[in-house]
Design a protein around this ligand. Structure first.
Ligand code: GSH
Length: 219
């Protein structure tokens, strides 16, 4: 399901590491194919099939790929740094990666200032991580594993204006490193190739909220 952020994690890692692969998209909520349940009995995407080995769960898939295909490593070589990345990934809840989704589906009435406050607060942990690393990406001069695990949840940033009918007036000191990171990720070649157009994501969310039929290929 090409709009699934968890599936996108695996696709980004395959792409970043240059691993040749085929991608099979499935219908996820209506007419889920029977054959898929034989690959992943809980029916969730993503799953990978690598020479007869099946791996499910996005983070496990990415770690599996990193171990099996060491070229273009996504974890730092420094052991302490690697451990820090692993700790972050084990506690990703602290990074509030679902904040944009929360915003998009929210029915709360909030002023622009209140929404900006909301994002400043939600993304402060990513902001301070970027600050302490002193680099554009959490991975350094190019995206690493943490960047690729969080970016797939971010395209709704570009749906802020679809929901509010205007841009949010972020100021220079509102999560500046986070916003710089977001733009840099969006322009990074691995991501450009797999970026889901926000307008399609928006349409999909509208259809899902109305329980309307989903035709992923013609949004
Ligand atoms: N923890 C899983 C979550 C995957 C997940 O929730 N995928 C959703 C799509 S975004 C799914 O397959 N939903 C279909 C279902 O639950 O039947 C992972 O990280 O891979």
């Amino acid at each position: 399901m090409k709009f699934c952020p968890y599936a996108l994690r695996a696709r980004l890692v395959l792409n970043a590491k240059g691993i040749p692969h085929d991608t099979v998209f499935i219908r996820l909520y209506e007419n889920k194919p029977e054959w898929y349940l034989e690959i992943n009995p809980n029916g969730k995407v993503p799953a990978i099939l690598d020479n007869g080995k099946i791996v499910v769960e996005s983070l496990d898939i990415c770690n599996y790929l990193e171990e099996k295909y060491p070229e273009n490593p996504l974890y730092p070589t420094d052991a302490a740094q690697k451990q820090r990345d692993q700790e972050i990934l084990n506690n990703l809840g602290k990074f509030n990666i679902l904040a944009f989704r929360e915003f998009v589906i929210s029915t709360e009435e909030k002023s622009d200032d209140e929404w900006i406050q909301f994002f400043n607060q939600k993304f402060e942990p990513i902001e301070s991580e970027l600050n302490s690393r002193g680099s554009v990406f959490i991975g350094g001069s190019k995206p690493g594993i943490v960047d690729y695990m969080i970016w797939p949840f971010m395209p709704n940033y570009w749906n802020i204006s679809r929901k509010l009918n205007h841009e949010l007036p972020f100021q220079e000191n509102d999560i500046p490193l986070f916003r710089k990171w977001l733009h840099a990720m969006n322009e990074y070649p691995t991501c450009v190739e797999l970026f889901n157009p926000p307008e399609k994501l928006w349409k999909l969310q509208q259809l899902m909220s109305q329980n309307a039929p989903l035709d992923y290929d013609n949004l």
